[in-house]
Structures are given as C-alpha cells and as structure tokens.
Design a protein around this ligand. Structure first.
Ligand code: FAD
Ligand code: NA
Length: 378
C-alpha cells in the first residue's frame, strides 16, 4: 500500500481516484457500512425512489476543472433547483425575489419601486454596526421581510433567538429584483443521472483501490488504525480533526440534522422537491420530496406513492453526525491549535469537511482534493 485514505466521501475518493490513476496502491477505509460520506443515496425499498440519506444534495459548480473531472464518472440531468417557503400557510418563492416581495406586500412593484421600498425599510439598522443577527437581518432587508422569512427559520436552525446570535452568521441576504428564482447562480448544475452512489462507486472502481467499510481508524483491533499507520505510510485523513487529536484542544462544535422519512400513499405531496417552513409554529425547517429531484424518472417511479423527509436542526453531541460547523470564537481558537498540531504529524494530510472544520459543497471538496493531490501528493 502506498497511501491510506481515511474516509470515502468526495474528498477521500477524489484523492483515491487520482492516486490510483497515477499507479499508486491505495486503501480507503470508512467507519460507515457504505461509501460516499454524506453524499450517499439509496433507493427507498418499497418505492425505488432515490433518497439522499444525509440530506438533499444538489450538485452545482462554476469551476471548469471540477466540472470536467466529475463528468468522467457520471452524466448530469438538467434538473434546476428551486425552493419555496410556507409562511402562515401561504407559499412564497425563494430566494427572496420580486415575486416574493409582490406576493408578500400584495403589490405589483417594478424592480425600482421594490428596491426603494426595501432600502427604506432596511434603514432601521446599519448592518455594519449591527449587534446581533436580528439587527443585521433587518438592516439588510427591512423588518417585514426579515420577520416573515428569516427570523423564525434561522431561530429553528440554531435553536436560538436571532437576537442572541452573532451578526457574523449572515454577511448578506440576497434579494433579487427580478422574478428569477433559480436557487444557484453557478454555470453548471444537475443531478447525477444514475444517482449519487453509482457516481461514487465509479470513482472507487479501479484495480489499485481497495475499500474497507465498517472500519474505524481509531479502532486498534483493526490493523489500519492510527497508531499502526502514522509514520509508516502516507495518510489522508478526512474525519473530524478534533477526534484525531483526542479532543486535547477541546471539542469543536457542530450542528446536526434529524430526518424523519415517510412513505405516503399519494402520488404527489407538495409538487416540488424542497418546501421550507418559515414559521416557529412548525418544528421542522423543511420537507424534501425526493421524486421531484428526478422528473425524468417518472416512468420508473410509482404514481401512487411518494417519499418525503422532514428535516429538524439542532446542536450536535459527540454521538451525532457533525454537519455544519458552528464556528464560535472558541471553535476558531481550537481550530488554530489543531492546525498547529496537524503540522507536526508526519505525512498525515488533513482534508475535507471534517478534517478542516469547514462547510464545503461537493464541488469545493472535490476541487480542494484535486489541489491537495497536485500540490502535496502527486
Ligand atoms: P464526508 O462526505 O463527510 O466524508 C467523510 C467520511 O469520513 C465519512 O464517510 C465518514 O464516515 C468518514 N470517517 C469519519 N471518521 C472516520 C474514522 N474515524 N474512521 C473511518 N472513517 C471515518 N454539497 C453540495 O454541493 N450540495 C448540496 O446540496 C449539499 N447538501 C448538503 C446537505 C447536508 C445536510 C450536508 C451535511 C452537506 C451537504 N453538502 C452539499 C456537502 C457535502 O456533503 C460535502 O461537500 C461532502 O460530503 C464533503 O465530502 P468529504 O469527503 O469532505 O466529507
Ligand atoms: Na440598513
């Protein structure tokens, strides 16, 4: 073995694929029973509908190198992501756009009229000197839109009143003064035609790559553990950086999500893939309905059943899946301390979402793995 990779998410698999193509013998281990990290998906058994096990994953990028690379393993559908939100039992388009504004104010404002109105309403606070998230939100888009679409949703995501949250959590709140409600602005977007798992398996499908699942790097009863491998073979580590160092500099804090999946005996529950619930009265943040990610599969998916998933957000304990870095001042100090420790680890390369304590979209994880391969490992 020339390289050990801990974690089979997009970061680990990109390194594995590049290394194998360059003739190296690679072993990838993952503590889960499946490859792919959080991008893993599988067919719900009674309907065959593809379900994203760790939350809905939409691929989008403007990075030509990444786009060319991912197209070696999969084609993409022409799916275009759009999100709607339910506020007081009325559905509005997101991100906030001229359609949202005109529906909310029961008006027919032109772009200039809407811009002037929001500018006036936002005058209540200066976002630069805002003392908390609420003041910044109001300073950016005005109180009416903030209270309807941002306040309670953000409060549910953080289980915290936005008046108690730091202003830095939001730097901008985009408002579009057109009716364009395309969610992503990237050059390319789409969903993998045969699903995420087929894509991930094609990346790992090389005679030089061996994958060992249900194998934890810190389990000393299995041979490819930390003690036995560091200093013996180059390691790419994509698990949590604080776990690697036994939490000596403190545990970094994360938010996690809980998912409640339900198979319904109806053909269509909400008519779209993602519906947010903006209000505090509803405990979940959104509902995914997976069949709408693949309208081109209509002939294969049942017409009398659908799969939905309610999403709830909360702070993660050590037993939970870490999803989004909280990034408090303590976390930032801890991360710097871990980065110093990481420099002292001989031939261990920390990467990916967990290894760098950073939210990374898939295209960013892949792009950053390609850079690590080119600059440090090739
Ligand atoms: P991961 O996918 O997390 O992979 C890390 C792997 O390491 C895991 O498989 C884990 O089991 C393994 N591991 C950890 N510790 C150990 C250990 N001790 N021993 C062995 N293995 C270990 N990106 C988008 O582009 N679009 C989206 O719409 C999108 N939606 C998302 C929604 C949610 C809820 C989340 C959490 C992420 C979303 N992402 C999305 C981001 C996407 O999931 C990441 O970009 C991608 O997972 C990053 O890959 P990674 O390899 O860095 O990490
Ligand atoms: Na303002």
């Amino acid at each position: 073995m020339d390289l050990l990779i801990v974690g089979s998410g997009f970061f680990g698999l990109t390194i594995a694929e590049r290394a194998a193509a360059a003739g190296r013998q690679v072993t990838v281990i993952d503590r889960r029973h499946h490859i792919g990290g959080n991008a893993f998906s599988e067919a719900e058994p009674t309907t065959g509908i593809e379900v994203h096990r760790y939350g809905a994953h939409l691929f989008h990028t403007s990075n030509a190198t990444v786009w060319e690379y991912v197209n070696r393993f999969t084609t993409f559908t022409n799916y275009v992501h759009r999100v709607y939100t339910n506020h007081r039992n009325v559905v509005f388009p997101l991100p906030i756009n001229l359609g949202t504004i005109n529906q909310f104010f029961q008006a027919a404002y032109t772009p200039d009229e809407a811009r002037a109105l929001i500018h006036e309403q936002a005058g209540e606070y200066d976002p630069k000197t805002a003392q908390n998230l609420e003041e910044r939100g109001i300073g950016l888009i005005g109180r009416p839109l903030y209270e309807a679409f941002i306040r309670d949703y953000t409060g549910k995501q953080w289980q915290t009143d936005p008046k108690e949250l730091p202003a830095e959590i939001i730097s901008r709140l985009p408002v579009r003064y057109t009716y364009d409600n395309r969610y992503f602005n990237d050059t390319w977007e789409g969903l993998p035609t045969d699903g995420y798992t087929a894509w991930l398996e094609r990346m790992a499908d090389h005679p030089n790559i061996e994958v060992k699942l249900s194998t934890d790097y810190f389990d000393e009863s299995q041979p490819l553990n930390k003690k036995a491998t560091v200093g013996q073979v180059p390691v790419v580590y994509t698990g949590p950086v604080d776990r690697y160092f036994d939490y000596t500099e403190g545990a970094l804090s994360w938010r996690t999500l809980d998912f409640e999946e339900e198979v319904l005996e109806i053909g269509d529950f909400q008519g779209t893939s993602v519906m947010n619930y903006a209000d505090a009265a509803v405990p979940f943040t959104r509902i995914h309905e997976f069949k709408h990610f693949h309208p081109e599969r209509a002939d294969r998916y049942p017409t009398d059943k659908t799969v939905i998933m309610r999403e709830f957000s909360r702070f993660a304990t050590r037993e939970d899946e870490p999803y989004y870095p909280v990034n408090t001042p303590d976390d930032r100090a801890g991360l710097l301390a871990y980065r110093d420790l990481a420099k002292g680890e001989q031939d261990v390369h920390f990467g990916g979402r967990l290894g760098t304590y950073q939210y990374l979209d898939m295209h960013m994880a892949i792009g950053s793995a390609l850079s690590m391969w080119n600059n440090q490992l090739a």
